[in-house]
Each structure stands twice: as C-alpha cells, then as structure tokens.
Design a protein around this ligand. Structure first.
Ligand code: IPD
Ligand code: CA
Ligand code: CA
Length: 269
C-alpha cells in the first residue's frame, strides 16, 4: 500500500488550502456587490469568486495530495459516492454562503474535509469575515483559532438556541419545513438561519448553537462541520438518527448529546 498521510498531516494541507482560498475571497469581498453571478438554479448562484477559490484549493490538493479523489461543489460535484468512500478523498465547498457573500452579509466560509474510506479524519471551516479558523482531526479534538472548543451543556430546550437552514431550491419543501419550524419555535429560546451550513455546524461545535437541523444538504456543506461537532463532544446524524456519510446529500441533525435526541423527535413530529 502507498503512503497514507495521517490526520495531522492532512489537516496541515487542508488548512493551508482553506487559508489560500480565504485570501482570494477576502480580496474580492469589497467588490462583492458588483460581481456577476451565474445561475445554477432559479435561486442558486455561483460567482467567479467561488470558482477562483475552488481553483486555489484544487491546486494545493493536486500538488500535495496527488492521489486524492476530489468531490468539489463547482468542478467535481458528480464524483460517485462509491469512489468518495474509497481511500483518500477531499470534500470541498470553496465558498459556503455564496448568497451572503454576494450581498455583503458577513457570514461565509471555506469548508474542506479529508476523508479516509468515507470517514472524515481532518476538517477545516474557515469563517472568512469573522477570521475564525475551525479545525479538527479524528481523535484529536476540535479547535477555533487554536483554542479547544466544546459543545454546550444546555439540556433544557427552553434555554436552547437552535440553528437551521431553510429549503430554498424547491417550493414544495417549504410547507413541511414550516411545520417543523413551528414545533421547534414553540419550545426553544431562539432559532437562527445564518446561511452557511458549515459555520452552523462549527457553531454547534463551539457551543454557540445547542443544536442544528437542515432537511437537505450536499456533502460539501457538512463534511467538515460534522467532524468539528463530533470532536467537540457533540452528536451528528441524519434526520432519523442514522449514520451520516459525507459522500452524498442528506438531512443533517447535530447537537450537544443532551439535545440531539430531543430535536430529532420534534423535527420528526
Ligand atoms: C448553502 C449554505 C446554506 C444552506 C444551503 C447550502 P452555498 O451553500 O450552506 O446555509 O442552507 O443548503 O447550499 O450554496 O452557499 O455553498
Ligand atoms: Ca455550501
Ligand atoms: Ca458553495
């Protein structure tokens, strides 16, 4: 078998790539509102900045991890799950929160996970406007700008702040989501929809959110964040409590261990 880098070595590479992409995004931010967007769907956009950030990450990956399978939102989004599940793979969202970025709303990130046999072993979520670098490697904990982070200890839903993401691609998904939202809102202290799923998961890991759910995410939205949550002592599953594999799209439910099961029950109805 060939050389297989360990979690720490992989983390070094993905952090370097995320910082380089972050610099590209930061340099473009002052002119964000005049950047041209292309439509991927009626309410789903990509800009030249997403593409430039992804090119930057891919250049680092090809140089430093030449054998890795790539699953990347803008240029390699259709890599089959079966390939991503085998050996070393990188799951890349070059700019998570594109809509926020294009409106100058300061909530967007670079998200990269390294997987071995489908399991995340190194992860970075770089919140560019906040300049917060969230990192984790399997078995070694989760960190924000080098300081250890832990999920919250809140157990009472009435005291909980819950993160979520709205369905925005298909209008038929809105009504069932509103029913979930009504049930959650009636029982908690607050619900937030910041607009970048990778940062939402980092917020669970850091104890800022007590739990989070979104009914459908792409693997690049949650691959890095799910390792942050686990390494910070949290629980992250699909909506039914099943194993989450960041090789295909899925609903995502994350939380501190006290509130994860509670939120799952409320979301399910
Ligand atoms: C989106 C964000 C958003 C989530 C969407 C994602 P993008 O990613 O993470 O919070 O609700 O489902 O698609 O398109 O900005 O990379
Ligand atoms: Ca995304
Ligand atoms: Ca994106």
């Amino acid at each position: 078998m060939g050389y297989q880098p360990d979690g720490a070595a992989l983390l070094e590479v993905v952090v370097r790539a995320a910082r380089e992409a972050g610099a590209v995004i930061r340099a473009a931010a002052p002119r964000a509102r005049s950047i041209d967007w292309q439509s991927k769907g009626p309410t789903d956009f990509v800009s030249e900045v997403d593409l430039a950030a992804e090119a930057c990450i891919l250049a680092v990956a090809r140089r430093d991890l030449p054998g890795a399978t790539i699953l990347a939102e803008e240029s390699a989004a259709t890599t089959p799950a079966e390939r991503v599940s085998r050996g070393l793979a990188l799951v890349i969202d070059p700019l998570d929160g594109t809509t926020n970025f294009l409106h100058g709303y300061p909530e967007y990130a670079v998200s990269i996970a390294a997987l071995i046999d489908g399991e995340p072993v190194a992860a970075v979520v770089y919140d560019v406007p906040g300049d917060e670098l969230f990192t984790a490697s399997a078995g070694a904990g989760a960190f924000c700008n080098g300081a250890p982070i832990r999920v919250s200890t809140i157990a009472d839903p009435q005291r909980a702040l819950i993160g979520t993401g709205f369905p925005f691609k298909d209008a038929k998904d809105i009504a069932p989501y509103q029913a979930q939202m009504s049930r959650v809102m009636a029982q908690v202290s607050g619900v937030r929809r910041p607009g970048a799923a990778s940062i939402d998961l980092a917020s669970v890991a850091a104890g800022r959110f007590d739990a989070f759910w979104e009914n459908m995410l792409s693997p690049w939205d949650f691959a890095a964040g799910m390792l942050l949550v686990r390494e910070a002592g949290g629980v992250v599953t699909d909506l039914g409590g099943g194993l989450l594999r960041p090789v295909a799209s899925s609903g995502v439910l994350a939380g501190n261990p006290r509130l994860h099961g509670w939120l799952m029950g409320v979301v399910r109805g």
